[in-house]
Design a protein around this ligand. Structure first.
Ligand SMILES: *Cc1c(COP(=O)(O)O)cnc(C)c1O
Length: 363
């Protein structure tokens, strides 16, 4: 099947992570290419790390005393780090998709912790953790596997540890409602994978310091205290990917130029609103997340009726350069999942739905 060229989006990347990079970011990478292959212990790379930290402080209107901490390994590594460095005795998790489940599973395997409290709801819905006697409460701002977005607010006295991997840079949040808002930058931040960033409150930093001083064995790469000490000196514990930092720096500046997080959220919401309204107007498609208030403004999940062969549709789109609209693999639904992150444009999302209509009529 060949989709007519005039219907195609200018950029066919609609993945939910990794996701589209703006061509201008690659120009910036080339412009600063002299930094690649130089030491991260010297001033130019430290200035780059400092610029990322300052940019994120501005973007997130970081409250007094909060610190931008970063290290290698991505969001998945951060779950293990949080298990070692943030949970004192017991954590409580809301599980409403595969990413929230992974952190709960990591905590359940730690021999030095009590079994986590897990509050679960079906995929496509949202739930917050029951706090109980937990000292960390954890959930995701946006469950990328289902396209469901959750509120972010304090719950009891526990440290609030929120996975912002697919929301960060695309959804606004009051950081004062969290103790740790962590993410990897390959989604709205249009960078590469392999880095984690955590916006940490003074309470989270002192928790990490206290646990580090206790008898618990913590591998150095999983110590938030060690990462925070390095970050305070504009460094990471070990060698970071400089290209990832440059792409992140460029995107932070671009998001600030767009008007900051509220403006970016409105931009993303215009795209997902288009997708939801389009799906509601087709008798073979429907938004997966039933509760309108929980529909993600950055990742739209669309159920297809059984008579539509989603696999063939996705394959036909891919042949025409439209990639990564697959559903989350473990969800196993006849579904499309469309990443409407900050770098994507509304015109391209409109072109995408036109291309889907074209393909569905010819499957
Ligand atoms: C993508 C994603 C992750 C995994 O990120 P990695 O950097 O690949 O470990 C974790 N949580 C959420 C919410 C995500 O969207």
């Amino acid at each position: 099947m060949i989709i007519p060229e005039q219907l195609l989006p200018t950029d066919g990347r609609f993945g939910s992570g990794p996701a589209k990079l703006r061509p201008e970011a690659l120009d910036y990478l080339a412009l600063r290419g002299d930094l690649l292959g130089t030491s991260h212990r010297q001033a130019p790379v430290k200035q780059l790390v400092g610029s990322v930290q300052e940019g994120l402080s501005e973007l997130y209107r970081l409250p007094e005393g909060y610190q931008v901490v970063l290290g290698n390994g991505g969001a998945s590594l951060f779950w293990d780090l949080a298990v070692c460095s943030l949970i004192e005795r017991r954590s409580a998790h809301a599980v409403f998709g595969e990413f929230t489940r992974k952190f709960a599973t990591a905590a359940s395997r730690a021999p030095f912790l009590a079994d986590p409290l897990v509050t679960e709801c079906p995929a496509g819905a949202v739930v917050l953790p029951e706090v109980g006697d937990a000292d960390v409460v954890a959930w995701a701002h946006n469950e990328t596997s289902t396209g469901a977005a959750a509120p972010v607010r304090r719950l009891g006295d526990a440290l609030v540890v929120v996975d912002g991997t697919s929301s960060a840079g695309g959804m606004d949040v009051d950081i004062a409602e969290t103790d740790v808002y962590y993410f990897a930058p390959q989604k709205n931040f249009s960078s590469d994978g392999g880095l984690w960033v955590a916006l940490c409150s003074p309470a989270a930093l002192s928790r990490a310091e206290r646990i580090a001083a206790s008898s618990r064995w913590i591998p150095e790469t999983l110590s938030l205290d060690v990462a925070a000490q390095n970050s305070a000196k504009q460094q990471t514990l070990n060698t970071p990917a400089i290209a990832t930092l440059l792409l992140l720096e460029d995107q932070i500046r671009w998001l600030l130029d767009l008007g900051g997080l509220a403006a970016v959220e409105a931009r993303c919401k215009a795209m997902t609103d288009h997708v939801y309204a389009w799906a509601e107007s087709r008798n073979w498609a429907a938004p997966f997340v039933a509760d309108v208030t929980h529909r993600s403004p950055v990742v739209a999940t669309i159920d297809l009726s059984p008579e539509i062969d989603g696999k063939s549709l996705i394959a036909a789109l891919r042949e025409n350069g439209i990639v990564d609209v697959d559903p989350y693999r473990a969800l196993g639904r006849n579904q499309l999942r469309i990443g409407c992150y900050a770098s994507v444009t509304l015109a391209d999302v409109e072109a995408l739905t036109a291309c889907i209509d074209y393909a569905v009529a010819r499957l």
